[in-house]
Design a protein around this ligand. Structure first.
Ligand code: DC
Length: 234
């Protein structure tokens, strides 16, 4: 758990972009755990399983092969050998992923897989429960937040829609679901550093996190791809 950075927070806080940028700066791998929940959800819809049927969803998660590439330049996800990068971003998956990711059996399967992928470290892992459940011993845990308005705007831009109101409603629905579910709700770890991204651009957030990583000696022993200190001001 030495070189593991846990990045949690609700959607629309810039988490994925920041996590990839941070991994690139540090020469670390990148793990998008949300993509894994989406991949299982895609399989649930593919097989016509009811997303609310916990037993059937768990059984399917156990026999579904979800593979991810952890290259921050080219994150990829496949299900049983089929690439599903675009398919997991459809509105149908985005709706059904809430009950699927609230299913304890699914979380058990995916958390074990995520812990194996994190392995010896040198990874930025993003999700909802990385600092609390997946990698509670990570030396740097960050919880990203942003105002509801900023989050809705970012998400609309990402989805290519101008309907902020329905985007905001969808974010609200997902937040409520993620934060109130019984099993591993979205919650900041007690020792997480909170970063409000409302007024910051991606580069500013990434720089903040690179500074935090340096302060904690994360990534420094590697040499190649490690953190390069900023030159002192002239
Ligand atoms: O980050 P995302 O929107 O791609 O995540 C998809 C869903 O998966 C989201 O609604 C919450 C859930 N999720 C989770 O429960 N735990 C994680 N570690 C990551 C995502």
């Amino acid at each position: 758990m030495r070189d593991v950075i846990a990045l949690d927070g609700p959607s629309g806080t810039g988490k994925s972009t920041v996590a990839r940028g941070l991994a690139q700066r540090l020469g670390f791998r990148y793990l998008d755990t949300g993509a894994m929940y989406r991949a299982v959800t895609w399989a649930v819809l593919r097989d016509g399983v009811d997303p609310e049927d916990a037993a059937a969803v768990t059984e399917l998660a156990r026999r579904t092969r979800v593979e991810v590439s952890m290259d921050p330049d080219r994150p990829r996800v496949s299900v049983d050998g089929q690439a599903v990068d675009r398919e997991i971003r459809t509105p149908a998956v985005t709706v059904a992923v809430s009950p699927v990711s609230a299913t304890p059996g699914v979380r058990e399967v995916l958390v074990a897989a995520q812990q194996e992928l994190i392995g010896v470290g040198r990874v930025v892992a993003e999700g909802r429960d990385i600092g609390t459940v997946v990698a509670p011993a990570a030396p740097l845990k960050v919880f990203l937040t942003a105002s509801p308005d900023a989050r809705a705007h970012r998400r609309s831009r990402q989805d290519g829609t101008t309907d902020h109101r329905s985007t905001a409603a969808d974010l609200d629905r997902r937040d409520t679901y993620d934060s109130t579910r019984k099993h591993s709700p979205l919650r900041a770890a007690d020792d997480a550093v909170h970063v409000d991204t409302t007024a910051l651009d991606v580069n500013e957030v990434v720089q903040r996190l690179v500074d935090l990583a340096m302060e904690r000696g994360i990534g420094e022993r590697s040499g190649v791809g490690g953190v390069t200190p900023e030159p002192p001001p002239a």
